[in-house]
Design a protein around this ligand. Sequence first.
Ligand SMILES: C[S@@+](CC[C@H](N)C(=O)[O-])C[C@H]1O[C@@H](n2cnc3c(N)ncnc32)[C@H](O)[C@@H]1O
Length: 346
Amino acid sequence: MFCLNKRNIRVAISPTCNLNCVYCDHSKNRKPERPGAMEDFRHKSLAQGVISTDMLLKIIKVLYLAGFEGITLTGGEPFLNPEWDLIVNKAKEIGIPRVNLTTNGMLLNSYLKKKKHLPKGLTLLTISLDTTDPVRFKTITRGGDLTTVMKGLRAAKKDKPELRIKANKVLMKTDMRFLLDYIKFCEKSGVIDDINLLNLILKEPKDEKQKRFFEKEFISASEVVNFFSTHTKYNFAMDSKYEYQTKLSSGLRIIIKDTDLTMRASQCNKCPIYCQEGFYTVRVATDGTLTRCIDYKMELPFIDSLLELNQESLVSKVNKMVQVFQEVKLERTLKSFFDKYNIESR
Ligand SMILES: C[S@@+](CC[C@H](N)C(=O)[O-])C[C@H]1O[C@@H](n2cnc3c(N)ncnc32)[C@H](O)[C@@H]1O
């Protein structure tokens, strides 16, 4: 028996994105004809539309009452939902203490120019920032503009100086040589409070080329900690959220998320994708589908929130789902993922 110490909802509020990052999964292998972008784990095709903000807020309220304390709005690109700011404020009004928005930041500056202020309920802004080199930024995002993103971050910090801004960076071995420059850039920027170093999401390799890609690029959290101990004086400590953390003298916090320590169970061994959260995060898709994990093959039990709301049974379904969290037997599964696909992890 374990105690789930971090209950997060990850809500896709837009099924589409305005960028096309090289590592991003466009869900081609998932079953429905036209699924949403990356984190939109819909069970219905896009042609069947998205749920209304009203319905979404009802779902969020049920999850909050079931004990979820944090919400991340993601997508696709959340700024493509014209009501993203309303959702932020309403989630806070419902009582959720942590309200995070994960964005590529391309529309942040123009939003602030038009609306002047960020929504009051926002407690964390996560920006996807894989590189601080403008040319590489354009290449990785296939069209993104670093200057526009940084302008947006400066405007956000000016509007709400107390708002934490976290930069998400996907770790790749060949990119490690730029990591210390990346950290320096973030320190100097004056707008970034945290850097979140993320493991590359692994997928069942389709061919030798993909297998070699993971062998070449995947780098584990402990290797990254070793890298820092060789090249810097940073001291990383592990916290209760299963992350390595350190705070530099400038105040910048660096987090290394260890995917091998996030909650996983035997069912994760059957999954063809090694995601970042395991069981940590309940997902709400833009059609109202509620899943305990990314359920890449769409084989696990899921909740059709709209149906359950109409039948007034969503509360009991969500409570049953939470019960599963308390009963699951935890396993570390990264090694078995590598073994299964014969991937050399070093
Ligand atoms: C899918 S994006 C969606 C939200 C928004 N469009 C954005 O770019 O931030 C959310 C996060 O997923 C991360 N991500 C996407 N593909 C990944 C992969 N293959 N491995 C690790 N992280 C990934 C990105 O770094 C990003 O911070």
